[in-house]
Each structure stands twice: as structure tokens, then as C-alpha cells.
Design a protein around this ligand. Structure first.
Ligand code: BEZ
Ligand code: FE
Length: 290
């Protein structure tokens, strides 16, 4: 390639960057100019053929077509599987404050799920019975009263209610409130590992690159409390085989819990109405004050 051509390529980048010079919103100007510089550098590095460029356009078009307002957001799934969601999460929670670690929100949250009493069962499909309990504290150790823990997990078939319309409304979902000592208790089933949706372009990308779609077993939490910052996180089963290869890179060591075997006559089983053996997971959350 002639030096002239190379210079023209570099001049094109400068020209596009300069076209945003009059953007009134300074942050938008920074974002657009940086985006152009990075995209041009990427294109310069990989030197796509025109057919490859068209494949990329089709991939992004298909990704958009796979999005709806309710249960499917293929662009978030793409961001998750490329580690972008966890990078944004890390950048926004850079400083250790003593609060519980955060992780990806995921696309399967549904607002307005039933309010449930302390220790109430939220599982209306089969599974290994489990009690998940502990406390919600401020980072200084003070119990947080009236924190709302919005929780969701998949059924044993690896699907969330809402995603799987055969499940009863509110199955494995609910809003639990802490008591006067900041305690919460959830009767549920032990979560299972499950594959993220693979019937769209993200599934094709995982397949073409030899990656698996599995997430380690987890229970989702969004915890809101007066005077505190909202916490979005999961608790992972510490024995799951996918902990080291989560398809969306969401695992943090501080978020692993044991589901301990408990006999039918265990004191907690009697207190929470378990009819036979069950598992117990215990975890205390710490929230930042706002
Ligand atoms: C989830 O855990 O629900 C999830 C997170 C990211 C992508 C897909 C699913
Ligand atoms: Fe999940």
C-alpha cells in the first residue's frame, strides 16, 4: 500500500473525529469521538473484507430484531457475553466500601412480584427444598429494618417464570422484607445451573467460537432500603461446576454460598415448616448508605 493511501486512512479518522467538534453536550462529544477512534483502530487492526463487514451488519441487525420490551434483550445478552456488562459494573463500583459485591442484573427481572412474609415459600415447582436466610446490614454493621429483597431464580428446567409461560405467575420470585433485627428468610429450592438463551445471534456467536452458554446456579437479589444504595447481586452455589466459566463472567468469590444438608428434624426445618430434609444457605448482605 502506498504511503498516500495510509495517510488518507488516518486523515479519514481525524475528519470524522473533527465532525463532532461542535457537539454541545461535552460528554456526548467525548463518547462519540472516542468511539470513532476505537472503531477505526479496530478496523485498521483486523482489516475486514467487505463480506465480513456485511456479516457484522447482519449480526447487529439480527440482534436488534431479537429484542422486545418485556422478556428478551439480545443486546444486553451480547454485552453480558462480551464481558462489557461486568466491566461497566466494575468501573461503577471501584472503591471497596465494605458493601456486598455487585454483579450483572440480567434480563429476567420482573417488577411488581408478590410481597412475601418472612420465611414464606416462593417455589411452586419441584426441586430440592432450601432455606436461604441471613441479615441485611449497613456497612457499619447496623441492621437494616424494612429492606426489601426482590429475588428471582429459575425452576429446575433452567427457565424463569415469565420466560417459561407454563410456570405459575410469580413462581420462584418474590419480595421479602427484613424484620426489626434486619433478618430475612426465603423458603425456596436449590438453584440449578442453566444456559442463557441460545436461539438468537448471541447463541450463534457462542457456538461459532466454541464457548458454552451455561451460568452457574444462582439466586438473584435486588435489595432496596431507605437511606441506602440499591444492591444488585446474586448468591452462587459454591459447588457449581460452571463457577470458573460463567458465560457472562458474573462470578465473584465473595458471592458464593454453601447449601448445607439439614435433616428433617433440624430446628430450622421445624421453624420454617419444611416437611423433610432440606438445604440451608446463610448470607449477610452489607449495604452502602446513600
Ligand atoms: C441471568 O442470570 O438471569 C442472566 C444474566 C445475564 C445474561 C443472561 C441471563
Ligand atoms: Fe439468572
Amino acid at each position: 500500500m502506498s504511503t498516500d493511501n495510509k495517510e488518507a486512512e488516518l486523515a479519514l479518522t481525524d475528519q470524522v473525529v473533527a465532525s463532532f467538534a461542535n457537539t454541545r453536550d461535552e460528554r456526548l462529544r467525548t463518547l462519540m469521538q472516542s468511539l470513532v477512534r476505537h472503531m477505526h483502530a479496530f478496523v485498521r487492526e483486523v482489516e475486514p473484507t467487505e463480506a465480513e463487514w456485511m456479516t457484522a451488519i447482519r449480526f447487529l441487525t439480527d440482534t436488534g430484531k431479537m429484542c422486545d420490551d418485556l422478556v428478551r434483550q439480545e443486546f444486553i445478552l451480547l454485552s453480558d457475553t462480551l464481558g462489557v456488562s461486568m466491566l461497566v459494573d466494575a468501573i461503577n463500583h471501584r472503591y471497596a466500601t465494605g458493601a456486598t459485591d455487585t454483579t450483572v442484573f440480567g434480563p429476567f427481572y420482573i417488577r411488581g412480584m408478590p410481597e412475601r412474609a418472612y420465611g414464606e415459600n416462593m417455589a411452586f415447582s419441584p426441586g430440592t427444598p432450601a432455606l436461604v436466610h441471613g441479615r441485611v446490614l449497613s456497612t457499619d454493621g447496623t441492621p437494616v429494618v424494612d429492606a426489601v429483597l426482590d429475588v428471582w431464580q429459575t425452576a429446575e428446567n433452567g427457565m424463569y417464570s415469565g420466560q417459561d409461560t407454563a410456570q405459575p405467575h410469580g413462581n420462584l420470585r418474590g419480595r421479602f422484607r427484613t424484620d426489626a433485627e434486619g433478618r430475612y428468610a426465603i423458603s425456596t429450592i436449590v438453584p440449578v445451573s442453566y444456559p442463557i438463551p441460545t436461539d438468537g445471534p448471541v447463541g450463534r456467536m457462542l457456538d461459532a467460537t466454541g464457548r458454552h452458554p451455561w451460568r452457574p446456579a444462582h439466586l438473584h437479589f435486588m435489595i432496596d432500603a431507605p437511606g441506602h444504595r440499591t444492591l444488585v447481586t446474586h448468591l452462587f452455589d459454591e459447588n457449581d461446576r460452571y463457577l470458573n466459566s460463567d458465560a457472562v463472567f458474573g462470578v465473584k468469590p465473595s458471592l458464593m454460598v454453601a447449601y448445607r444438608e439439614r435433616a428433617a428434624d433440624h430446628e430450622l426445618g421445624r421453624r420454617f415448616g419444611f416437611k423433610g430434609p432440606f438445604r440451608e444457605a446463610h448470607y449477610d448482605f452489607a449495604l452502602d448508605r446513600s
